[in-house]
Design a protein around this ligand. Structure first.
Ligand code: GLC
Length: 721
């Protein structure tokens, strides 16, 4: 803890001033610094006067160099000790230059580009006055009904951990104090928010501690190991106690076990919400539990402001706990250099120069190209620039391709698919565009226009999907199909008997009944960001060969959910070949397997694998086993393959998943070119949480699987002794 900060600030602060440092207020309180006129609705109920506004420790959602500088200036004029404000916001997948949603970035399997996207987001945010981003979101997801699947990088703890490190290093760089182009990262949501029952946002999470530690915690830990400065608590309970008041989770695992001494912030009102959870009798008890658990900042409620003074007064809260929280906040302000330079990176002139620059948009376009996943292609893609194309659907000419958490982006400045395709086609007239339907509705006029557009076309490209608000926070769905109107449009177009390609814009894995079976080709675009249309046109016309691989399974139907690749076998696993036995783990009305497995993705070329060999059939503690496999580009186009290595521990003290991703490598291959891919398996990769929560490996047999996805693999085996 920083003694000098204690002596310089904390010991001179009144209890009210200390508690005000623990308060974070949202932008409306700062629309006109000191003007309460904007405080309406729930904000008004907070009953915060402008004096409190001016003493708060941090601000949520104020951005723009001039705006931030004005608020900071006004604040400092009123701050008795000259303690600057921290400016924080959700810069999750871009600031003004919006990158693909994190679920898309997860499908790129490219941590270098992920890091670059975070560095660009940080550069734009920092020059616009921000100090902290509420990202990366590292909640492991297994339920596509949950709207915030879009914000995660997927269902695998190892892949999520790789991206965790990449995002944190991109946001923070190597020296937050010196590097004014970076922002502090706030890992969220701690913990296991993605395991909400029924995929219903904010719903109950109920996991064993072993499951929590084995699958849900690794990515958060990877982010903290990479130096993330802050952690945000999640809305859900963990083992029956709201994360925001959960001492075992926060003071136990996060601080004592992992050694995290940074700032912990609640999620929006999650302290006060402990009352609704039934974990606190009233707001005072909620404040008590949160400060006891080690939550430093109260986001957007006044639980701390209203109750900590009395709780200290009556001796329920030792003022030392308040001092601890204040010091952590001051430490972060010091690390960001705010005491010396309260305006930090805010620079109105530079802001105009670099925000949404062509360089940044090129990076967004490249990541969108790498994040799209070719799910099906039966001779339709890539398009030929001389073909007459009918581009039809609600996303044909839509700006709604940024996805949730793109609040600072601009739908009006998006590169739309229609314009991009017309630019690439032999001549613009070869691409006819019709909306065909809305997101949820279809009219006779739209149908007629679509049929007219399709009539003269050689190929039909349907641009369909979810509106951005159908995923994201509060965007849970029980039906994860495309809306009926769009399924009707697909059937209508299919009836013309022409080659049919579908481009999907969505924030979650969908039930693709009525899409995958109807289309000759399916390209998953997710929400591809500011340059999404340009990236997709590049992919559709083959200027870029798709290389994305799913980081989350696509279920056959919502009835299978949760369905994920690293599942347990069960005592009655379904045999490879159906043998009519009723009494096995299966459905009588659907397959067990997802429609598309984790790691899946096609290319315009083809790759084959051969010659999987191990350097030894035995792995001893200090002798890694070397895995070699030959990958050949057997097609006619250059392409990028993501070679994936999975292991299976055949028998453990607890049951072990049928597969676990342990490594992957990407390789670019020209037509006919091959490469020998080499991996090393080490004993540490075989360790897992036992029933007593110790982490170790067990001697025994392991299967090795290598391939281009989690299903189609070559196999070998070794024994750990
Ligand atoms: C929201 C989200 C969280 C976000 C915060 C501030 O409720 O849960 O991810 O960072 O509030 O906007």
């Amino acid at each position: 803890m920083s003694e000098h900060l204690y002596h310089k600030y904390v010991q001179h602060m009144t209890l009210e001033e200390k508690i005000a440092q623990l308060l974070q207020l949202a932008a409306p309180f700062y629309d006109e610094p000191g003007d309460d006129s904007e405080i309406t609705g729930p904000l008004e109920e907070l009953g915060i006067g402008s004096d409190t506004v001016r003493n708060a420790g941090s601000v949520l959602g104020v951005a723009g160099a001039e705006k931030v500088m004005a608020v900071q200036k006004k604040h400092l004029e009123n701050s008795r000790l000259g303690i600057p404000l921290l400016f924080m916001a959700d810069i999750v997948h871009g600031f003004k230059t919006i990158f693909p949603i994190p679920l898309a970035i997860g499908s790129s399997w490219n941590p270098e580009l992920a890091e670059q996207s975070a560095a660009i987001a940080a550069r734009e945010a920092a020059v616009s006055g921000l100090h902290v981003t509420f990202a990366p979101m590292l909640d492991l997801v297994r339920d596509p009904r949950w709207g915030r699947v879009m914000e995660s990088t997927g269902e695998d703890p190892y892949l999520n951990s790789v991206f965790a490190k990449a995002f944190v290093e991109g946001f923070q760089g190597k020296n937050l104090t010196q590097d004014m182009s970076r922002v502090a990262a706030c890992v969220k949501h701690f913990a296991a928010y993605g395991a909400a029952e029924g995929g219903r946002d904010y719903n109950t999470v109920d996991l064993s501690e072993r499951q929590l530690r084995e699958y849900y915690l690794p990515a958060y830990k990877a982010a903290l190991d990479a130096g993330a400065e802050m952690v945000m608590t999640s809305f859900n309970v963990v083992d029956g106690i709201p994360a925001t008041g959960n001492r075992k989770l926060l003071r136990g695992i996060l601080r004592a076990e992992w050694g995290f001494d940074g700032v912990v912030i609640s999620d929006w009102a999650s302290i006060k919400e402990m009352v609704a959870h039934g974990a606190a009798e009233d707001d005072k008890e909620a404040a008590l539990k949160a400060i006891w658990a080690g939550v430093d900042i109260d986001m957007m409620t006044v639980s701390y402001l209203n109750h900590l003074p009395e709780l200290v007064e009556v001796g329920l809260v030792d003022e030392a706990l308040i001092d601890e929280a204040v010091l952590r906040i001051l430490q972060l302000k010091e690390k960001l250099g705010l005491f010396e330079n309260p305006m930090r990176g805010a620079d109105p002139a530079l802001e105009k120069e670099i925000v949404f620059s062509a360089e940044h948009r090129r990076a967004a376009r490249k990541l969108a190209e790498k994040s799209s996943v070719l799910l099906k292609n039966e001779g339709v893609l890539p398009l030929n620039i001389e073909q007459r194309v009918a581009l039809i659907g609600p996303f044909a000419d839509s700006g709604d391709i940024l996805g949730w958490w793109s609040w600072t982006g601009s739908k009006e400045q998006v590169a739309k698919l229609s314009g991009a395709m017309r630019s690439l086609a032999g001549n613009a007239g070869l691409v006819t565009v019709a909306e065909g339907s809305g997101i949820h509705t279809i009219t006779a006029v739209q149908k007629e226009a679509a049929l007219k557009a399709a009539a003269a076309a050689d190929v039909i490209v349907l641009a369909v999907g979810e509106a951005s608000e159908m995923s994201g926070e509060g965007g849970s769905r029980t039906n994860i199909k495309l809306p009926d109107a769009q399924l009707e449009l697909i059937r209508l177009m299919k009836g013309l008997g022409k080659p049919l390609a579908v481009v999907l814009f969505n924030g979650r894995p969908l039930d693709l009944h009525g899409v995958y079976d109807q289309a000759d080709a399916v390209l998953e675009a997710w929400f591809p960001g500011s340059e999404g249309g340009a990236a997709l046109a590049d992919l559709l016309y083959g200027k870029v060969n798709p290389s994305g691989r799913l980081s989350v399974s696509f279920p056959d139907s919502v009835g299978q959910v949760p369905v994920y690749y690293n599942a347990f076998s069960t005592g009655r696993p379904k045999p490879q070949v159906e043998d009519g036995n009723r009494y096995i783990s299966k459905y009588i009305d659907a397959p067990n397997e997802p429609l598309l497995p984790f790691g899946f993705g096609l290319s315009y070329t083809s790759f084959t694998y051969e010659g999987l060999t191990l350097s030894s059939g035995i792995l001893k503690d200090d002798q890694p086993v070397e895995v070699k496999v030959k990958v050949i580009n057997t097609g006619s186009l250059a392409g990028t393959e993501t070679v994936q290595l999975y292991l299976r521990d055949r028998s453990g003290e607890v049951v072990r998943p049928v597969k676990e991703l342990k490594a992957f490598k990407q390789v670019d291959l020209a037509p006919g070119e091959s490469a020998e891919m080499i991996f090393a398996i080490e004993e540490r990769q075989l360790r897992y949480h036992h029933s007593d929560l110790t982490v170790s490996s067990d001697p025994g047999w392991f299967d090795v699987y290598v391939g281009g996805n989690s299903r189609d693999v070559l196999a070998a085996e070794f024994r750990l002794i």
